[in-house]
Design a protein. Structure first.
Length: 283
């Protein structure tokens, strides 16, 4: 069990609390910061469900909380939101030797790295699936009714975390996910560093590969901007659609004409995602 987090900041919003906290991660061997929105129902003593949010490349725990505009509807629905950082951080944590923003700091890809120099710190999968929920459920009196969502690299993370852990999440969605990381430049770069060059080891971290063997058919909502500059090179939602059709997996993939990859797009459709999650989380 991790030691108790310390409060970095606290602001009242929509009758709830927007908090930022730091703690020592046993899994990542570094200090980590996370953000949590607690709805008014939580402050009144209810043990509320939580939506876990995973952000994309170059983000921290703050991007979603500051830009997505999720708090008003989360307060109405009585859902907490927990946003993780996107990689381990701090002195001694390695990053991209080439100085890129698609590997290393801000780019943990929500996998457990097996290769050096990454293996000691880069265990974001264990962090977001196990360590962080255990910590926040205890610290903020959240229920173990969990949903998961994310954007781009975080959309990939949300899909993989849910598909690998039947029963752990009650709801799943993603914005512009990297749907087939084994077959796009961002994923190939990250996986070859974190997991090594044997592509057989990559399958278990690729949502389009995992769908066929999924033992749970959790409905997935995906929104994808039609004017996203990364759509054709990096994201490949058509691979996820094809895998879902082959597997008979319930996927609602909505192409949204004219929208790009930014948080302006996420802010436009976040309410639909929160209501999708609430159907499974709020009883
Ligand atoms: N740092 C880069 C921009 C990288 C970028 O576009 N990141 C996206 C996620 S991309 C896939 O994971 C993002 O969410 N950025 C944060 C934000 O608040 O928009 C650059 O400077 O070009």
């Amino acid at each position: 069990m991790s030691e108790r987090p310390t409060l970095v900041s606290s602001s009242k919003t929509f009758g709830g609390s927007q908090l930022r906290l730091r703690h020592r991660s046993q899994v990542l061997h570094c200090e980590m910061t996370y953000s949590v929105f607690l709805p008014p129902q939580s402050l009144a003593g209810a043990r509320v469900p939580a939506l876990y949010w995973l952000s994309g490349l170059s983000s921290t725990d703050e991007n979603f909380m500051q830009k997505a505009g999720a708090q008003r509807v989360a307060a109405e629905l009585g859902i907490a939101i927990v946003a993780s950082d996107t990689s381990p951080r701090g002195d001694g944590v390695p990053s991209d030797p080439g100085g890129g923003w698609d590997l290393g700091l801000g780019a943990g890809f929500y996998v457990n790295a097996t290769r050096e120099p990454w293996a000691r710190n880069y265990r974001m999968y264990d962090y977001v699936v196990d360590e962080l929920p255990a910590l926040v459920e205890e610290e903020h009196s959240l229920s173990d009714s969990r949903g998961i969502s994310g954007h781009s690299m975080g959309g990939h993370g949300a899909l993989v975390c849910a598909l690998r852990n039947p029963g752990r999440y009650r709801s799943l969605s993603a914005f512009s996910p990297i749907s087939n990381p084994m077959r796009c430049p961002w994923g190939e770069k990250a996986f070859s560093h974190y997991l090594g060059s044997d592509r057989k080891d990559w399958h278990e971290w690729d949502a389009s590969e995992l769908l066929s063997g999924a033992s749970e058919r959790l409905p997935i909502l995906v929104d994808q901007g039609g004017a996203d500059p990364f759509l054709e090179t990096q994201l490949h939602p058509e691979a996820l659609r094809a895998a879902a059709e082959r597997a008979g997996h319930p996927l609602t993939l909505r192409m949204q004409p004219g929208y790009d990859h930014s948080y302006f797009f996420i802010a436009t459709f976040i309410e639909d995602h929160l209501r999708h999650h609430a159907k499974a989380l709020v009883r």
